[in-house]
Write a protein that binds this ligand. Sequence first.
Ligand code: PEP
Length: 250
Amino acid sequence: MRQSLVVGNWKMNGSIQRNQSLLDSLKENIKSVQHAQVGICAPFVYLRQMSELLKGTQIGWGAQNISHKDSGAFTGEVAASMLLDFDCKYVIIGHSECRNLYGESDQLVAEKYAKAQSVGLIPILCVGELLEQREAGETENVVGQQLDAIINLQGIASLSQSVIAYEPVWAIGTGKTATPQQAQDVHAFIRQRIAKQNAGVAENVQILYGGSVNGSNAAQLFSMPDIDGGLIGGASLKANEFLTICQAAQ
Ligand code: PEP
């Protein structure tokens, strides 16, 4: 039986002071969430603060990207192994903002995924289509290719040590959520595609939905059979809203 997981993606937001008050409120109330896992992915510079404030709580933490290299002359980059110094559990890989704004290809995303797993981090692999791709009937092709890049490099079994997040690009930060049925259809497609190669991995892998999830639409989305929780952007910056979403995942 898969446990639900809700992960906040703070993106490029926060300050030492704001993080402290957000995490204080979350810590105070998170005990009401006993039957779902919770995580937060913060900007690199706040990972020390995350480890100090979240150690010993039920909230796991992580980063939003890593380099595909181990170390060396890569100015501005952060290696997977460095995240271990801050006790990170998760790292988001292949977020659509990284794919589309910084040109991360399926191959590069797969290499980053491999680096994350090589040091024991859990990659949260984001996949999803652009609006024009959906309108052209290309959703399954696009998502299938993004997934195949990972499977080709790391093998199907690697997915059992990872989380997948289906995030239709047209729904991210736009307030336009996919309907529960639209999301379910793609989640089922992902699970079936994995099941063709390994039924056990398909049954166990957590597939999150991301794209304008909020306290009002979370419960309906999470009630779908192949949606195992959410990757939450904007709404993860508000303690009450994020807690409502976490509660909806139970
Ligand atoms: C995201 O950044 O992964 C995301 C889903 O953002 P939002 O919830 O703001 O749409």
